[in-house]
Design a protein around this ligand. Structure first.
Ligand SMILES: C[S@@+](CC[C@H](N)C(=O)[O-])C[C@H]1O[C@@H](n2cnc3c(N)ncnc32)[C@H](O)[C@@H]1O
Length: 298
């Protein structure tokens, strides 16, 4: 059966990431697995240290695949999905350079993708940075988890918080494009944003894609904790914790993938803490992660 065409905003997003593969990298800097560790951010390192070595991992919207590659270094079975052909090409070049035979990267629309016949479901489903550019997050998450997640699989969702994104949204108003002496086009950003973006990386490839992604996204939405709770309900998933944590998180003091799920933090204190992300998450553009437990499968 022919795959139905992407809807308009999805094809705009795909074109954007074909022009600006994300998070991008200079392949020359990754000769060894150690280089992946050296360049990884703290959340990638946290994941790597908490995921069992025999886990199977699905990285949904894997972009240029540094996280997928890092998690595959210890021998885990890792599959990355992304609909940007340019991103997948870069990810495959990295995989081949590092000889990661246990890593597979597929160019697909994850919201419509099917498991190949006979493929086992995944213990961990990571959905990082994708939700902000997906038009229907609830439909996307229910589709991905029902198709790919194993019984009692863990789900992590990384996305922008509506409050936490406030400072970056404000800064965007002051950013403007300008010509460069070499004839190229650069983006002039206020010093605070510049510092935030450049603190991410010293790699010029990455800086370009970061600036485009953060300041000129094709389509971007930010969400609240209440939005995530609604989507988790639709997936029959239980909230475990958020990073950074909220008062009342059921899995607060347990290891990253440990502790029972339970009621999400919805009290006044949790709401206030979320509003406060306007200040505390300003340097990460409001990015937060929710860890959840998916239901048992028959
Ligand atoms: C901001 S990037 C995040 C990349 C990576 N996960 C990270 O956190 O650095 C978003 C990625 O999601 C991909 N994406 C968005 N919608 C998608 C979809 N429906 N199917 C597959 N990939 C998608 C984009 O192509 C892009 O590579």
């Amino acid at each position: 059966m022919a795959t139905p065409p992407l809807d308009v905003s999805a094809s705009v997003v795909r074109e954007f990431y074909n022009r600006h593969p994300f998070p991008d990298f200079d392949l020359g800097k990754y000769a060894l697995g150690e280089d992946l560790y050296r360049c990884a951010n703290s959340y990638a390192l946290l994941l790597d240290s908490h995921l069992p070595r025999d886990a199977s991992v699905l990285d949904v919207g894997c972009g240029t695949g540094q996280l997928s590659s890092l998690l595959a270094l210890k021998g885990r079975r890792v599959v990355g999905l992304d609909f940007s052909s340019a991103s997948i090409r870069k990810g495959l070049a990295l995989r081949d350079r590092l000889g990661l035979e246990n890593l597979e990267l597929r160019e697909v629309d994850a919201g419509r993708a099917r498991r190949p016949a006979g493929e086992e479901r995944f213990d961990f489903v990571l959905v990082h940075g994708v939700i902000p550019c997906v038009p229907e997050p609830q439909r996307f998450l229910t589709q991905v988890t029902s198709e790919f997640a194993a019984s009692r699989a863990w789900l992590t969702v990384g996305l922008y918080n509506r409050w936490g994104r406030g400072v970056l949204r404000l800064m965007r108003r002051f950013a403007h494009r300008q010509g460069t002496p070499g004839g190229g086009v650069d983006i002039a950003v206020p010093p605070a944003v510049d510092a935030m973006l450049l603190s991410e990386t010293q790699d010029p490839n990455k800086v370009d894609s970061w600036i485009a992604d953060q300041l000129e996204p094709a389509f971007e939405r930010s969400h609240t904790v209440a939005d995530v709770c609604r989507w988790l309900d639709a997936c029959d998933a239980q909230w475990v914790k958020s990073l950074p944590g909220l008062p009342g998180d059921p899995g607060k003091s347990a290891p990253l993938f440990g502790g029972a799920g339970g009621k999400p933090p919805r009290g006044v204190l949790a709401r206030l803490a979320e509003c406060f992300w306007l200040v505390t998450l300003r340097d990460t553009g409001g990015y937060f992660v929710v860890v959840a437990r998916l239901p048992e499968r028959a």
